[in-house]
Write a protein that binds this ligand. Sequence first.
Ligand code: BG6
Ligand code: BG6
Ligand code: GLC
Ligand code: GLC
Length: 929
Amino acid sequence: MIRRGVEEGNILTHSADSASFCLSLLLLLFFLSVSLFVDRFLYAMRLHDDQLRDISARFQAEMKKGLSAESNAAATLKMLPTHVCSTPDGSENGEFLAVDLGGSKFKVLQVKVRKEAGRVRRSVEMQEQTYPLPKELLIGRGVELFDHVSECLKDFLLQKKISLEKKHPLGFTFSFPCQQTALNQGLLLNWSKNYWARGLQGKDMVNTLRQAISRGMDVDVLALVNDTVGTMMTCGFDDQHCEVGLIIGTGTNACYMEELRHIDLVEGDEGRMCVNTEWGAFGDDGALDDYLTEFDRDIDAASINPGKQCLEKMVSGLYLGELVRLVVLKMTKLGLLFDGRVTDALRTKGKITTAHVAAMEQYKDGLKNTRDILLDLSLNPSPDDCIAVQHVCTVVSFRSSNLVAAGLAAILTRIRQNRKLKTLRITVGVDGTVYKTHPQYAKRLHKVVRRLVPDCHVRFVLSESGSSKGAAMVTAVAQRVTARRHQSLSSFRLSRDQLRSVKARMRAGLEAGLKSNSHSPVKMLPSYVFRTPDGTECGKYLALDLGGTNFRVLLVKIRSGLRRSVRLYNKLYPIPLEIMQGTGEELFDHIVHCISDFLDYVGMKKARLPLGFTFSFPCLQAAINVGTLVSWTKGFKATDCEGNDVVDMLREAIKRRNEFDVDIVAIVNDTVGTMMSCAYEDPQCEIGLIAGTGSNVCYMEELRNIEKNGLGEMQRMCINTEWGGLGEDGCLDDIITEYDNAVDRESINHGRQRFEKLTSGLYLGEVVRQVLLDLTRRGLLFKGRVTEALKTPGIFETKYLSQIESDRLALLQVRSILQHLGLDSTCDDSIIVKEVCGAVSRRAAQLCGAGMAAVVDKIRENRGLDQLNITVGVDGTLYKLHPHFSTVLQETVVALAPQCYVTYLLSEEGSGRGAALITAVARRDQVEM
Ligand code: BG6
Ligand code: BG6
Ligand code: GLC
Ligand code: GLC
């Protein structure tokens, strides 16, 4: 019995099994037949692997096009440089604010990254708040959108009780295409997704946010990152192989680490930079036309950006639900669904969302969900309708993941080829609601990618904490680098008050130097030049010009009267360092040797020409043709000269050579020669300025103020201030930096010419070198490698400084200058070097401006004027070659001496012409006496 029962039971069970099997089979067949008919209807959306490989190849070609400077404008993949050059390396630290704008949620966050004591890993703590973002703001005025962001930020600080006093660094995740030339700058190229706020296209989004952030908050926006980049960095925090960021959410996009040498839009060829592909725009040029369906065209036509974001409209969450609705609507209209009955709800845009699509494709409850959703649309679905609609969802979402797989395959292949690898091991960080919430999306995507690129071992990591964690990593690096750089460069920044105070100290120095028996570091040396030229000067003169960059011998022919003119013939002679720093006799013998050569050259050995000697060093003069060298300056250090009359030394040397004779009529400082040369053109020129190898000024002083001389009957005399000496008594110590001290210590006249060492060409390059050495030692430059080139004094001559700072020069050219100087640099290095040069030269120009303000105000007061109109004759390589020096100097004078209207006249032909003019006058005076 029992047995039978069992058998019966078996039989029973058997028959029940076969019944359910048959039912399942029937259902499956039924399901398959419905699916097949949907498949047939949507055949154009079902992409097989060959088609995906074809799309992937087109994609690769477009990436190349976007990376090249020539074709970028025409490329749909904009391949935007992000200025993020490395994935997290574990050194990130600190507390950051973050704003995340552009995904389905608008969020404000605080991210705290800490290294825990005794542990290698860092901990990250985050608190976040999602804020509503009314639709009107997305398509309203841009200013209002950003005002809203700012208000939410303020609310967040208050809610979370975050101090309003402290400065907070902020990383801004802004998920739209931006052209970035730096991490903290990004011009909005165009809106995408459902944003169309007015007035922001082409504007810098960092600045826009900064401006919107209301006054009550001290927030420093340090980095702008796309959400793909934030995602890559978030995932990179835990997985160092994460070098691709992928978003499949409201929009779709990907970024990856590209070799710098391939990114034409950024200079530099070492290392990598993350590139934001903005792949949503792929197909905007028609590259996907053969894959588009009528539904895609309808979606595009009804969007706020027709013709734009072709791939995004086939792939991302903003459009998937709508695509399904359009397909279902069409099928219904054709009588293929719901017995051909169309409802108003089904006709309404947006009634089927991507969340619906995800729900309809759920494993177990999918069909039930489908039925509920369709009922909600007032449709009356049969079981076949539900299966058909569910299958429509599958086809649409599968196409989406297939297209993403094709794009990703292109990126992965490119990375593998870039690195010349047979197989690539890489991690892709992914975020976005579609990827996260659609039940089958991720699995399908992974499978297809692995099929398309079998030579890449890909790990997909879901970004659990959103892109802000990654944005904080980027901000941390930016903050560290900026802080250290600023720390070094801030010591070169001078406030208006500091400059006023320098002006006052210079003024005090000028006054003190005029006193008899003064020991002022500003020597105020009488020049015995009593007036500027009046056009009556004439004759043929020999001139020497010693002490600037070049030593020159000149023949100057001056004509007076109606046809007044000055003609020059000159020859340059190098003075070797061993002569500059040898004995006085050797130096003057060398000079005489050059004169002899020149006289041969012009065929005037026999003529005993009157000679004017521009000698650009401080000389104590008792007459126009007597000059005792007080002390060498700049690079000269010849022995047995200081304390001696250099005119005598020259005369002696001429005698020693005994080949020719000259009549040394005048010894002239280069400032005085420059003033005289310019005054020949402009009688208002009563100041001479040299901003060259050295720095100095002369000007016409009232004789009554010159206690040192008893030349009562004359009105004025030109005074060579020798202002370079200011500070020798310590009066500039508060603005002198550690770098200046290093330069001073290594100079041949330690403790002397402190103002000159802050302002002139011989030293600026050295100051720059000291800063670069320091930054390198601190690992902020040149990969921390202190090379021999960097240790070489004098590598940064004025001409190089000037070239590096030229605005017209691209960074690549800056790099090649550095290369030429033996300094191997990345593009970031070049930016820093340029910044350092800028800080040092700006301070120099401002200090010269402050000095000049003291001089012009003194002249104005001397003459009892409310307003002074005066011209400054200027010479010197720094002033002439540097792209910004003259402007900054002039601006400073305007600011510090507002009652003086100063014109600057460039001395075109050097001070030899002035020396000749002085010689002409002195000779006439000699004759008259
Ligand atoms: C979030 C990120 O997790 O995902 C955002 O924090 C990103 O930065 C978003 O934009 C993308 O997904 P969705 O679906 O919100 O657009
Ligand atoms: C020259 C003058 O033009 O400029 C020299 O002729 C002067 O007398 C020199 O010394 C200053 O500039 P630098 O840059 O050569 O020191
Ligand atoms: C859009 C944006 C892009 C963003 C993506 C995902 O495609 O243009 O910048 O990364 O959406 O949010
Ligand atoms: C040095 C000299 C000075 C000269 C200046 C510019 O400062 O001491 O005499 O005018 O350089 O060349």
